[in-house]
Ligand binder design. Structure first.
Ligand SMILES: [Zn+2]
Length: 195
């Protein structure tokens, strides 16, 4: 079976309004432009996969079962826009966290690429043809380290702008609606290649 490209999406601040450590499905809402963006991405027919750091688990603020409810709610929000949520991969770790089992340095907390690599294996994804869309440079670094193309949603959520060779986005967009247009255009057949 051939590998497919995917669109990887950060959750908080990219797809959803950023409410720190929120796991209450009733408070989950699309970020500005995200509803339109998800609807446009759905048309591509590619797997849409969430990649998210969830240090609230290591901090003892909520458990994995709370994230299952978040995933279910997100899947319904995607369905309402005609999209399917193909995957939901999270890092529960945080060095210095309250729960020893999760208070570790790991390979999956962004900016590390571990979640993307695991998702690629699980969903048989061609990372080089995939995109990762996020709102901070740790997303960009994770995406680049995994070999993906990257879009930074430049909406003010990145405040540190720590530099680095992995932290330069391929593209920038003000919101997921604009990012989805960049991603969609990249999959249109080149002029002359149409059947
Ligand atoms: Zn981790």
């Amino acid at each position: 079976m051939a590998l497919r490209p995917a669109v990887f999406l950060d959750k908080d601040g990219t797809v959803l309004q950023d409410i720190p450590y929120n796991v209450d499905p009733a408070r989950m809402a699309f970020a500005p432009g995200a509803r339109e963006g998800v609807a446009r991405l759905a048309v591509l027919g590619l797997p849409l996969i969430i990649i998210t750091n969830q240090p609230g688990i290591a901090l003892g603020m909520f458990g994995a079962e709370a994230l299952r409810a978040v995933r279910r709610r997100l899947a319904r929000m995607f369905e309402e826009e005609g999209a399917a949520l193909a995957g939901f991969h999270y890092c529960p770790h945080l060095p210095g966290g309250a729960l020893p089992a999760y208070a570790v340095s790991c390979a999956c907390r962004k900016p590390a690429p571990g979640l993307l690599l695991a998702a690629a294996e699980r969903h048989r994804i061609d990372l080089g043809r995939s995109w990762f869309v996020g709102d901070i440079l740790d997303d960009i670094e994770a995406g680049r380290r995994a070999g993906c193309r990257t879009v930074l949603i430049d909406n003010g959520n990145e405040t540190e702008w720590k530099p680095g060779e992995w932290r330069v986005p391929h593209r920038r967009a003000p919101d997921l609606a604009a990012a989805s247009r960049i991603v969609a255009a990249s999959f249109e057949p080149a002029e002359g290649a149409r059947a």
